[in-house]
Design a binder for this molecule. Sequence first.
Ligand code: WT7
Length: 651
Amino acid sequence: MTETALATATYAPSEATRKHAHVDAATYDKMYAASINDPDGFWSEQAQRVDWIKPFTKVKDVNFDLGNVHIKWFEDGTLNVAANCVDRHLATRGDQTAIIWEPDDPKDAARHITYKELHGQVGKMANVLKAMGVKKGDRVVIYLPMIPEAAYAMLACARIGAIHSVVFAGFSPDALGARVTGCDARVVITADTAPRGGRATKLKDNVNQALRHDLNDVKCLVVRRTGDQIAWRDGLDFWYHEEADKVSSDCPPEEMNAEDPLFILYTSGSTGQPKGVVHTTGGYLVYAALTHQTTFDYHEGDVYWCGADVGWVTGHTYILYGPLANGATTLMFEGVPTYPDASRFWQVIDKHGVNQFYTAPTALRALMGQGDEFVTQTSRKSLRILGTVGEPINPEAWNWYYKVVGDSRCPIVDTWWQTETGGHMMTPLPGAHALKPGAAQKPFFGVKPVVLDPTSGQIIEGNGVEGVLAIADSWPGQMRTVWGDHDRFEKTYFSDYKGYYFSGDGCRRDEDGDYWITGRVDDVINVSGHRMGTAEVESALVAHAKVAEAAVVGYPHDIKGQGIYCYVTLMHGETPSEELRKELRNWVRSEIGPIASPDVIQWAPGLPKTRSGKIMRRILRKIAENDFGALGDTSTLADPSVVDDLIANRK
Ligand code: WT7
C-alpha cells in the first residue's frame, strides 16, 4: 500500500476487543457527553476511584482569564498519593507483583517487587529522607536510572509530602544544576553509575559537577547500582543502603490537600530556560488512574509495560502513578530497545507476559529498520493493546507496529498529551473507535478541544478544518502553575488565545470529526519524542567561545521524527573545520545532554534577519527542509543575499 492508502484505512475493534473493553462506542459517547454536560457530577463520581482521607465538597474552581488564571480540583479534600498507590492495595493484593524490574543486561535476574515489599521500601526511603531533614513541601531532585529505587524515591516523597523533581538521567551536569537551583532543592537522590545498553553513565560524577560552587551544601543520597568507584563529598553524601539500615520501614503517610504540589517536572518551551511544570495531588491522581485504565483497557491481573523513562511525564503518569493507583503490575525497564539486539522489547514482552505495551514512534522506526525477524522470532501472544506517544506516528511505522508487532490483533492507541496535561488528552479507545493510523482521534472524557484560527483566534467550527489546538475548559490532570513563576504560566498558555489553554500544537479535524495532530506551531521541536526548545540549543551554542551567533530549527528526520539543524556564525577570525564541528556537537551534548546533540551544523556567514534584527526562522526552516521553492517573501530582509549563500552551502 502507498502511504496515502495506508493513511485512509481504518481498523474497527474486533468483537473480542469490544466485548472485553471497559468502554465500547456507546459507553464512550455516553460518558463523554456526561463529562462535558455535567463536569462536576462526572468528576465527583470518578474521584471515588481514589481513597480520600477527608472527602471533598467542591469539585472544581477554574478560571482561564489572563491575569486571574487559577485551576483547582477537589480543593477541600485530603489524601495521600503513596497511600493510594501502595497501602490501599495491601489487603487485597499484598503478594501481587507491583513492579517487575527488567535490568539492562538480560543475563542479570529480573526482580518482582510485591505491593507488600513496595510498601516497606517506600516507608524506608521516606524515613531516610526525613532523617536527612526533608519536610513536607520541600523539593527533592531525583536523578536516577530506571531502577526500582526511582519508584521508591518518588513514592517516598509523595508519602511525606515532599515535592519531587525528577531529572532525566541523560541530562548533563549543567542541566541538572539548573533544575536543582530552579526549585531550590536541598537533596538530590542519585546512583553511583547507571548501565544502559551495556555502557555506564557516571551519574554521581555528574551530580558532583552539578553541585559545585553555589550548590555545594546540597546533600546527596546515593543508591549503589554497580559498585563502581565514585568521588565522595564527605559530610554531604550518604549511601542509601547504609542510611536505610538505620531507620524503620514504618512511615505514616502525610495528609495532603488535593491542591498541594505532588511534583515539578522541567520541560522545554519556545523561549528561555525550561519551565517547572507543577502538578498537584488529587486531580492528577484521579486523572492518571482513569486514563490508565480506560486508554489501555487495563484489567485486574494484566501485566502492563510503558517503555518510557521516569525522567519524563510519561514515566510519572504511566509507569508509576496511574498503574499503581489501579493496583496493576507495572514493568520498569532499565535498558534500551537495541541491546543486546533489536529483539529486546519483544523478548521482554514474552519473558514477562506483557499485555499492554506503550512506546514512542521513534523507537518503532529505529526497530523497523532492523528487519522483521527480530520481532517474528518472538511470540508476543500475551499482547492485547499497543500504544504510542510523544510525536505523530507516520502511517508506515503504524502499519508495522500493527501488523508485525501486534499480528493485526492489537488495537493501537495513539495518545496525544503533554507534560502540562498530566495525562492523555486525545486518543482512540481500544474497544470504542475504528482506528485511523496517525490520528489522535477522540478527546478523552472531560476534554473540550477547539480548533482556532491562528491569526484571529476565532473558533473554527465544523469538520474538515485545520488550525491551532486549544482546550476550552480544565480537566483534573492539568498543570496548575510554573514553579515560582505564575505569570509565566499565564503568558505561556493563556495569553495568545484568550480564555483557552493553548497547546502549542497545530491540528486538523477531519470530515468525521477525528483529530490529527500536525506538530508544534512554536519554536519547540520534537526529537525522538523528546521536546526541545530551539532557544536552549541556541544558547548552548553561543556560550561557546568561537560562536558569534546561532539559529536552530527542526527538519524532518527518518528515525527521530525531527532532527536538530543548526546555523552557526563563527566569531571573526575563526575558521570552519570538521574538528570545530565535532567540538560544537560535543559542547552542546555537555551543556544539555546527548538528546540535544546537533544533527547538522551549517556554517552561516550571516543569518537572514529583518531590518529590526529579528531572525527569520521561517526561511531557515525551509532551507533545512530542502524546500527552496517556498521561501516566501524575503524582501523585508536586511540583506537578502545571505539566503542565497545559505542555500548554496546547505549541508
Ligand atoms: C508534545 C508534548 C506527554 C507525552 C510525551 C511528550 C507531541 C505528544 C503526541 C501524539 C502527535 C504528539 C506534541 C505535544 N506529542 N504525543 N500522540 N501525536 N504529537 O510530552 O515532552 O510534554 O511533549 O509532544 O507536539 O505538544 P512532552
